[in-house]
Design a protein around this ligand. Structure first.
Ligand SMILES: [Zn+2]
Length: 344
């Protein structure tokens, strides 16, 4: 019986022609908000988003299977507690669907998103669908249908012990469409980085056909460390033609009008400083218009990247403005009152 999680792995099956031909069969692959992208770290908007909330990440699944589907390695889990993620740039709760990897022929490239034109040797994608949409396939019909937690890998001198059984099992799924089962299934927390505060986020797409623009990407800054030999184990897998399964990443796509956000704790100090010591404004600039939310909708819509402001920014600015207006009104009233009584 095919369950929803297995069906979702079909989403990762690319057409037989290369990425440059995907648009011939799938209009969405030529969209304006495609993934992956190159993230220019000097051209991101720093924000303090609400904390991401991870549930069930530290629970070892009852059963975990690893499958070579001819295009990547997919990991599916059966668990008492389905891991979920919420908070951060997300509205609503997102449920775990599957995880898979992208890698290259050697250690100099392999990741899909790039940071400052740098490719990492491998990238992990943990795919979640919005709980409201019941399953990953239905979620593809909604712009906020999926979120992918992405982690980059870097090469370290030592093996990563948390990946030991994972790497051993790769030897059992060398051929396309082979599966293997973990003896001691790792929890999601075992497989990811520790720092979950610093991340880039932007609205993008699936990186394989149908390239649906339904993904909130969350790319964590801290890489996961694996040894060269551990990454090399992925390169020993074979595709459906029996050739080495490598280079399963899509070229970067134009950023277009999108804004990449970078979640950091630095801005808290910056906001406090700014409130106490507002910077001098050049002549002709109306300070009341800076950082003042345009409408309630702009504050509450997390899909609008320009609206993803720290709550303190959105909450404090109108508050400050109201008191400024009230103060100015009192002074104006006093002046009118005084002048009308000829006290001036
Ligand atoms: Zn992927």
């Amino acid at each position: 019986m095919i369950n929803e999680k297995q069906k979702h792995s079909d989403l990762l099956v690319p057409s037989t022609t290369g990425p440059s031909h995907w648009g011939e069969q799938y209009n969405t692959c030529t969209g304006k908000h495609q993934s992956p992208i190159n993230i220019n770290s000097l051209d991101v908007k720093k924000v303090n988003l609400p904390p991401l909330v991870f549930q069930g990440f530290d629970v070892a699944p009852r059963e975990t299977n690893l499958t070579n589907n001819g295009h990547t390695v997919v990991v599916t889990m059966e668990s008492e507690v389905t891991p979920t993620v919420s908070g951060g740039p997300l509205s609503g709760v997102y449920e775990y669907s599957q995880l898979h990897f992208h890698w290259g022929d050697n250690d100099t490239f392999g990741s899909e998103d790039m940071i400052d034109n740098h490719r990492f040797p491998m990238e992990l994608h943990i795919v979640f669908y919005k709980q409201d949409y019941k399953n990953a396939r239905t979620a593809l019909n909604y712009p906020d249908g999926l979120t992918v937690l992405a982690f980059f890998y870097e090469i370290a001198p030592e093996d990563n012990p948390m990946y030991q059984e994972f790497i051993e099992l790769l030897g059992n799924v060398t051929g396309s469409h082979l599966s293997a089962r973990f003896d001691a299934p790792p929890s999601l927390k075992d497989l990811i980085a520790e720092d979950l505060l610093h991340y880039y986020t932007y609205d993008g797409s699936l990186t394989t056909p149908p390239c649906s623009e339904v993904v909130t990407w969350i790319d964590f800054k801290e890489p996961i460390l694996l040894s060269h030999a551990q990454v090399q184990a992925f390169r020993a897998l074979e595709n459906e033609e029996g050739h080495p399964l490598t280079h399963n990443f899509r070229p970067v796509q134009p950023l277009g009008d999108r804004v990449v956000l970078y979640n950091t704790d630095e801005i808290i100090k910056q906001v406090d400083l700014d409130e106490e010591h507002p910077p001098e404004q050049p002549e002709g600039v109306d300070t009341n218009k800076i950082d003042t939310p345009k409408s309630d909708e702009a504050i509450s819509s997390p899909k609008d990247p320009n609206s993803r402001k720290h709550p303190r920014n959105t909450a404090s600015s109108p508050f400050t403005s109201q008191w400024t207006v009230l103060g100015a009104s009192l002074v104006f009233t006093w002046i009118v009152f005084c002048c009308s009584d000829r006290y001036c």
